[in-house]
Write a protein that binds this ligand. Structure first.
Ligand SMILES: NC(=O)C1=CN([C@@H]2O[C@H](COP(=O)(O)OP(=O)(O)OC[C@H]3O[C@@H](n4cnc5c(N)ncnc54)[C@H](OP(=O)(O)O)[C@@H]3O)[C@@H](O)[C@H]2O)[C@@H](O)CC1
Ligand SMILES: [K+]
Length: 505
């Protein structure tokens, strides 16, 4: 699914109106119906609903929604905030459509906003994608009052004051929504962690914008949805054998961190790899052989740390390296050798990333190799330096991938996958249960397995991150996010793959 800018969304609206020959008022009615459809499923008619409308089409949506909710017997009070002498045409049409008994309160002073109780619902329709400067003055005061009220806030299209696709200036007030109901496509701002407290739980509702326009619109930004990964998921063939599904090598584990190797290995096996060899320091041999009997185990000559590469390294289809390896000198040397001597696709995680990030010499060896990095934000900063905010981080992600010709899965609640072409794919599965040790090791195993099965590096990243998050979402139903462990995620990988191959009810 593509992500468009606010300007492109306006063009999509205009194009749809032209192509379909419908009026902009009808499109607004569709949007308001899509919004109230969601709202009615969430809130009871017994709730009092306060709808705050600004002067543009977002305010027009608010007025239309107020009318529709009133018809469905909600106790609705619309508010018109600020000077609306230059309000949009569709705002004015919907103002006139308000029934006699639904008269709006005009808010010209912040004091006109009533004290709202914790049980009140607020619909925030002050500004949408037409926002063109930071929100200050009366509108800013109103937003601050709503934010501190304790009412449950649902924003129409986007929290008012939040810029859709660039950094909101510090002086601008932004609604802190509990829910955001966005039309047709998500906005880039929803996918960035710094906006979590403004956007709340977000949902996209379709309003029938032109699919032709969206397909042709230029964008490097995407959301990965289930139907996207299902398009390239490879079914298992009937007449197949393990040799067809790749032989992976995992270079993982260190003294006190053999668990990382166990988790990566178990996740790799649960993601369809044909054969798996794990090389661990000597101390890890009995652990691996006992905990993961399906994997072949090689031992390093070093008892505690990764210090060498296997002799027959060429026989492997893919190498995953990093979980639990530490940053000893001998390990740095082994990584230097790996980058210098092999042409394998390599998945680098954890301390493998830290080691590369700390050495200009190693970085110089990254160019034009088949590499996937899976850093969390701190590890990513070790690769690219300090970043200022989430937009800056995304810019660095694109530049790093373009410069080195590699893939980076930057982990977060919407993991962002950068590609050498400068595209970014945001993931849409996963939950807070993943914020626990070992889930990253599991992801390394999953992606390594997919590369081994000849998925392209881009497919392996997108499918790997998606299915790993989906496994966590399925685990959520039985263990919840507080108790979730990396092993729970791995244990749910089979159901996650099943869900993709034969969707469950
Ligand atoms: N197009 C369609 O058919 C459909 C559109 N839809 C809906 O329309 C929304 C976009 O509507 P929109 O383009 O009218 O912009 P919107 O966000 O309401 O605000 C513009 C107004 O705000 C003003 N203003 C801006 N910034 C300001 C500030 N900081 N402080 C104060 N004022 C500020 C600006 O005034 P001006 O800049 O002239 O002062 C102008 O009056 C979109 O999000 C979706 O909800 C759906 O119904 C589907 C069909
Ligand atoms: K809004």
């Amino acid at each position: 699914m593509k992500i468009l800018t606010a300007a492109q969304t306006r063009e999509a609206d205009a194009y749809t109106i032209r192509e379909e020959g419908i009026s902009s008022t009808d499109l607004m009615e569709r949007a308001a119906k899509a919004f109230t459809g969601w709202f009615e499923n969430k809130f009871q008619p017994s709730e009092e609903v306060h709808v705050f409308c600004g002067p543009g089409n977002n305010g027009g949506d608010g007025l239309a929604a107020a009318r529709l909710l009133h018809e469905r017997k909600y106790k609705v009070q619309p508010y018109i905030v600020g000077d609306v002498s230059k309000a949009s045409d569709d705002f004015n049409v919907n103002l006139k459509r308000l029934p006699q008994e639904l008269q709006p309160i005009h808010v010209e002073q912040p004091s006109a906003v009533p004290e709202l109780t914790d049980t009140a619902c607020v619909v925030d329709a002050l500004f949408g994608t037409g926002l063109n400067r930071p929100v200050t003055g009366l509108y800013g005061e109103v937003i601050r009052k709503l934010n501190s009220s304790g009412a449950t806030i649902t924003s129409i299209d986007i929290p008012s004051g939040l810029y859709s696709d660039s950094q909101t200036p510090e002086e601008g007030a932004i609604t802190r929504a509990n829910y955001t109901i966005s039309f047709e496509l998500p906005k880039l701002a929803f996918l960035l962690p710094q906006h979590e407290n403004f956007v709340g739980e977000w949902h996209v509702v379709p309003i029938g914008l032109s699919q032709k326009f969206i397909a042709e619109a230029k964008s490097d930004l995407y959301c990965t949805k289930q139907e996207d990964v299902q398009q390239f998921l490879k079914p298992r063939k009937k007449f197949s054998h393990k040799g067809l599904y790749g032989h992976a090598l995992l270079l993982c584990g260190g003294y006190g961190k053999m668990g990382a190797a166990v988790l990566a290995a178990r996740a790799c096996l649960r993601s369809g790899i044909g054969l798996l060899t794990v090389q661990v320091p000597q101390a890890g041999y009995p652990i691996l052989q006992t905990a993961v009997p399906e994997a072949m185990t090689l031992t390093d000559k070093n008892r505690k740390h990764l210090s060498e590469l296997p002799l027959e390294i060429d026989k492997f289809d893919v190498i995953g390296i990093g979980p639990g390896i530490g940053t000893e000198r001998v390990t740095k040397t082994a990584i230097g050798q790996l980058l210098a001597t092999t042409s394998h696709p390599i998945v680098l995680d954890a301390d493998a990333i830290n080691i590369v990030g700390a050495s200009e010499k190693l970085k110089a060896q990254l160019f034009k190799k088949k590499l996937i990095f899976t850093p969390h934000p701190k590890e990513f900063e070790r690769l690219v330096g300090k970043v200022k905010n989430d937009y800056d981080r995304m810019q660095h992600l694109r530049e790093f991938c373009q410069e080195y010709g590699c893939y980076v899965a930057l982990k977060g609640s919407h993991t962002a996958i950068g590609t050498p072409e400068g595209k970014v794919h945001f993931n849409t599965t996963g939950n807070a249960g993943l914020a626990t040790g070992g889930t990253g090791d599991a992801l390394t195993g999953v992606i390594t397995a997919l590369v081994g099965q000849k998925y392209t590096l881009e497919e392996a990243c997108r499918l790997g991150v998606f299915v790993h998050g989906l496994a966590a979402d399925l685990a959520l139903q039985t263990v919840g996010d507080i108790a979730m462990t990396a092993s729970d995620v791995i244990d749910h990988l089979p159901r996650a793959f099943l869900h993709l191959t034969q969707p469950l009810p």
